[in-house]
Design a protein around this ligand. Sequence first.
Ligand code: LMR
Length: 325
Amino acid sequence: MPVLLLLATLALGSCGGSEPNQTVVIKFPHVTAPATPKGRTAQRFKEMAEARFPGRVTVEVYPSSQLMNDDDSLEALAFGEVQMIAVSLSKFDRLTQAFQVFDLPFLFPDIDAVERFQGSPTGQELLGELTDRGFLGLAFWHNGMKHFTAPIELRKPEDAAGLKFRIMESDVLQAQVQQIGGNPQKMALGEVYQALQTGAIDAQENTWSNIWSSKFYEVQDYVMETNHGYVGYLVAVNPQFWQSLPNDIRAGLEEVLAEVTVWGNAQSETINAEGRQKVAATGRTTIVTLTADELAAWRTTMLPVWEMFVDDIGAERIEAAGAPE
Ligand code: LMR
């Protein structure tokens, strides 16, 4: 995306840094609730970083789009207005096509498969994909697998025909929704509840923890447990800011981040399972479990999306991510 790229390039030299003996302040905005996988892991990072560097490091976590939405945080990081972000991989679409691999429908059967890919050499390489553009990737954090929510029961892909789906800012997700006959609309997470409530959009896709914490079950009569895609994050800092940190602080924060990443990723599935239970307990929405045959039909309908994006993403990357053929 040219404007953002330009901004990032201009800002590379102007992000500031820390003077010796000055407290390093890391503003860390994100869009999900504190009780989500990302919310909890960000909070844990704050606690551990501040405990490790008392008086030298302060981490200010701003959850729930309180400070800004994800799109704005990409620019704010470039300008040094915030120092750390954990933005959904889907939302880097304007900056790189490499991350589109994470949006391919039905590529990853579960979080373990994602974890294996992210830990592989091809996956690890992606952490550095955007360094030149002002985003140094330090870690991947999981949220979980996505499901569709809608005002009607969607057993077959054709049932989605004509529905307006909110999607994250990703061309793969756009193609995926078009493939099932829906109308995709890119929108920030913080706007989705109201858009569903007022009928500006009909449906959306998300993880159980987000369906729970964003209360989508209040305004969606059905949740289809499709597990058709992945939501995860690139934890990124501005490379110039990071380099400007005193060596001991930078190395210490990288250690803390590595530790909280393992901690957070290990419990993301549990948090999503809890979200599912809480949604079910409200009785306000119907959870639809699809049969293997029904799921196969969704997969077949969405699979052409791989072909549409194979050149952009790279066949080798898709293979490395575990595509069967
Ligand atoms: C979204 O729908 O925008 C979210 O999945 C993003 C997030 O941070 O979990």
